[in-house]
Design a protein around this ligand. Sequence first.
Ligand code: ADP
Ligand code: MG
Length: 387
Amino acid sequence: CMSSTAMAEWHISRRTWEESDMAEITLKSLAHSYSKNPATAQDYAIREMNHVWHQGGAYALLGPSGCGKSTMLNIISGLLEPSNGEVLFDGKVVNSLPPEERNIAQVFQFPVIYDTMTVYDNLAFPLRNMKTPEARVHERVMEVADVLELTPQLKRKAKNLNADEKQKVSMGRGLVRDDVSAILFDEPLTVIDPQLKWKLRRKLKEIHHRFRITMVYVTHDQLEASTFADKIAVMYEGQVVQFGTPRELFETPNHTFVGYFIGSPGMNFLDVTVRDGKVFSGEAPLLVDKRVHDGIARATSDNVKLGIRPEFIEVHQKPVEDGMEVKVEHAQDLGTYSIVYASLGGISLKARVEEDQITPVDKAWLRFPSEKIGLYVDDFRVELPHE
Ligand code: ADP
Ligand code: MG
């Protein structure tokens, strides 16, 4: 854990914080294509989107590989110029500012360090680059080394460090400046061993908590995202499809991708239609309330899905009102709960059964509580009509 003297010193060194330029980062009608003549949506790494990273937040940018996370960070830091739209810091357009003038620190997935320099000189580099007085450089380097437990390595050449240590130096270079508006972390712990990973993530959170500097932490791991961030932006195919707390992402996914990506296992999605006043998924009739029926009936698209999380499906051993009979294919015992894999007229469903409940075999009756159902038209969640 960070020593209290180090924390105090760090605190003092951050006292000019109020005067430094922290910023709210706005992405306005942003789009980016790496191709010279983009024709279709597929040619865009970022598809037109708007987003605001508020000042002082601890954020995660979560999404699968290739969805555009690094592209977005590089646009914010200025390494990449977007093909369309604007990047604003505190309402001022910064598109034409080079990275050095943006006051953004960025930590990459793989260590960016100078092999022939010592650890000390590597950490000092961003400060010396800003013409910081040497006494101040020393102060900051010692503080950051202490936080990251690199003090014993300060005199070593970077090339003699192991992979974990190199990445810690790389992170230190991101943390060393105290004049930055934001720190962007691009999957910084990928190469770090799991035990240390956990420790460093806690450290980052601690640093955020103390100094309230805006941090955007990129990851493709939902657990990593929810342990670090207060709010998570879920990115899919070049767009932020939802920005919310871990709880909001779990309870009310705004997009089918969020439902599928968050949670383990993900949300169940059933293609639904209305025929003769009844709701069907394929050939299987669904027992759902009138509002769900009306919501499906009024949708103008053919792509209508009913979403319900495995945690929210009621599993009964015997017939119940509004219970739908299913065939139990198998159950997976996960210790404190089981996941039941069921088939409803050929439609596969997953339901969670807690350890104090009996896990059904062969047959079960499932009920979908109305308040737990989400309706998705063209993959975006829609409000159910009011009665
Ligand atoms: P992520 O960081 O989420 O894995 P990236 O932002 O790296 O995603 O990539 C988004 C998309 O842009 C991917 O399809 C990727 O192949 C493409 N891409 C990334 N960098 C380049 C580049 N320099 N030139 C061309 N295409 C790129
Ligand atoms: Mg990336």
